[in-house]
Design a protein around this ligand. Structure first.
Ligand SMILES: [Zn+2]
Length: 179
C-alpha cells in the first residue's frame, strides 16, 4: 500500500479517479477561489488540500478530503479583519442523478456530477464556503464593538441581506440541507 501522492489536478473525471484510488496533495492559491474571494479581507495565501479517491465496499465512488487554510475573514460586528484558521474534512460521493442521492449512506455528502471533467476548484470552493461561519465574528473579547451584557443579542436574521456576500452562503447552506 504505497500509493503515490500526485500533484492536484486542475480538472478530473471523479469516477475514474475513484476506481484508480488516486491520491493527491497540494496547494491552491486563495486568489483562484472566485466565489470565496469577496468574503476574504485578503486573498493572499494558499489552501492546502489532501484528497483520497476510493470506491467503498458498497460500490460508492467517493473522495475523502482535507482542506486547511489560514483565512482572513471580515468581522461582521466591527468590520475589521481577523484570522480564521480553517480545518475541514469531508466525504463526498459522486452521483450521476438525484435517484442515486437517496441511496447513499448518510456519511457522504452527495456531489452531483452533471458533466465531466469536474473542476477541482469548484468542488473545493464549495467545501470552503460550507466550512466558514455564516456570519463571521471575532470572539467577543477581541472585537472592537463591545456589547454590554444587558443589551446582548444574537445577530438579527435581517443582517443577512441580498447585497451581503454572506447571503450566498446562507442560500448554499439551505440548498445543501434540503438534499
Ligand atoms: Zn469584530
Amino acid at each position: 500500500m504505497s500509493k503515490q501522492h500526485n500533484r492536484l489536478p486542475h480538472q478530473f473525471d471523479p469516477f475514474r479517479m475513484s476506481e484508480a484510488g488516486s491520491q493527491f496533495t497540494g496547494e491552491i492559491p486563495l486568489s483562484q477561489m472566485r466565489r470565496l474571494a469577496p468574503l476574504l479581507a485578503s486573498d493572499l495565501g494558499h489552501v492546502r488540500v489532501g484528497l483520497r479517491f476510493d470506491v467503498d465496499e458498497l460500490g460508492v465512488a467517493c473522495v475523502q478530503g482535507e482542506i486547511e487554510a489560514d483565512l482572513q475573514l471580515v468581522c461582521q460586528r466591527c468590520l475589521e479583519p481577523f484570522a480564521y484558521p480553517l480545518r475541514h474534512t469531508f466525504g463526498l460521493a459522486w452521483v450521476r442523478s438525484e435517484v442515486e442521492i437517496e441511496k447513499l449512506p448518510t456519511r457522504y455528502e452527495p456531489y452531483l456530477v452533471e458533466e465531466t471533467p469536474v473542476l477541482l476548484n469548484e468542488v473545493l470552493e464549495e467545501e470552503l464556503l460550507l466550512a466558514i461561519p455564516q456570519v463571521p465574528m471575532h470572539p467577543e473579547k477581541f472585537c472592537r464593538v463591545k456589547i454590554s451584557t444587558d443589551t446582548k443579542q444574537t445577530v438579527p436574521k435581517n443582517t443577512v441581506k441580498r447585497d451581503n456576500p454572506f447571503a450566498v452562503l446562507a442560500d448554499l447552506k439551505k440548498t445543501r440541507k434540503s438534499k
